[in-house]
Design a protein around this ligand. Structure first.
Ligand SMILES: [Zn+2]
Length: 264
């Protein structure tokens, strides 16, 4: 069920945050009720899977996270750069509700799980250990070149007096440089928007490959987040489509999720 979870002791080696009230997790594709090609723990409602199966899967994950599903917040994820600050008033008993036209979620409230879905894009989790503010962001190449994660960091600073020195970042599993070929306008967008972009690009013969996770790391470092506070999953979702959902490996497939919440 979980590829990473600080309560299953499957924490990332570098992301063992010293706060027993913090809960974070990345699901894998096993342990749910979805059928092929969404087997088994598909968390995505709008990929063609049976919604009852997805609801069951979400309830399973919620139960393991010790928060009711009514306190899980999902975003519509449109590869944009809109980020919403979530408070109690946006919680809904409607299991199908999502925060519309949004790819980033931030909250300073306790017991709210911010959820990002992915199947090759990068889920990024931020946590400010002083203010207790948490954020979750969805970044494919558009999110990367739209700077969604550093915009989220700025929003945490502007609204909650967060400080980059106190930020812990977890850059989750995504398609890796081994598999993610990019061309033309995407290469140009990366060159225009990523500091030290050459570190995020790779070359094999005439082909160019993008390391999304490295791009996010470079952006966070350029905004002052301490390198020692940034943890990065080494997993490529396409190479590991037996663990994660991968759009590029499978086309029609499910979504795994990343979640973060602070209990209180
Ligand atoms: Zn790969």
């Amino acid at each position: 069920m979980f590829a990473y979870c600080n309560f299953c002791e499957k924490a990332h080696d570098n992301w063992k945050v010293d706060n027993s009230k913090l809960s974070y997790f990345i699901t894998d594709r096993w342990g749910g009720s979805s059928k092929s090609p969404y087997e088994e723990l598909n968390m995505g409602m709008s990929v063609g899977d049976c919604v009852d199966d997805v609801l069951y899967n979400r309830l399973l994950v919620a139960r393991h996270s010790s928060l009711p599903l009514s306190r899980f917040v999902f975003a519509s994820q449109i590869h944009g750069d809109n980020i919403e600050i979530i408070s109690e008033s946006q919680l809904s008993e409607d299991s199908y509700s999502v925060i519309k036209e949004t790819d980033g979620l931030i909250t300073a409230d306790k017991n709210i799980a911010l959820i990002i879905l992915a199947a090759d894009c990068v889920p990024v989790l931020l946590y400010d250990e002083v203010t207790g503010v948490v954020g979750a962001f969805h970044a494919g190449w558009r999110g990367l070149t739209n700077h969604i994660v550093v915009k989220g960091l700025q929003k945490m600073k502007d609204n909650f007096a967060c400080n980059e020195d106190d930020i812990q970042a977890f850059i989750g599993p995504s398609i890796g440089k081994c598999c993610y070929e990019i061309k033309g306008k995407v290469i140009k967008a990366i060159e225009d928007n990523i500091p030290q972009y050459s570190e995020a690009l790779g070359q094999k013969e005439t082909k160019t490959y993008l390391d999304l996770k490295k791009g996010i790391e470079l952006q966070l470092k350029s905004k002052g987040v301490r390198p020692k506070n940034i943890s990065i999953s080494s997993d490529c979702t396409k190479c590991n489509s037996d663990t994660y959902f991968s759009y590029r490996a499978e086309k029609e497939t499910g979504r795994f999720c990343a979640g973060i919440a602070l209990w209180g």
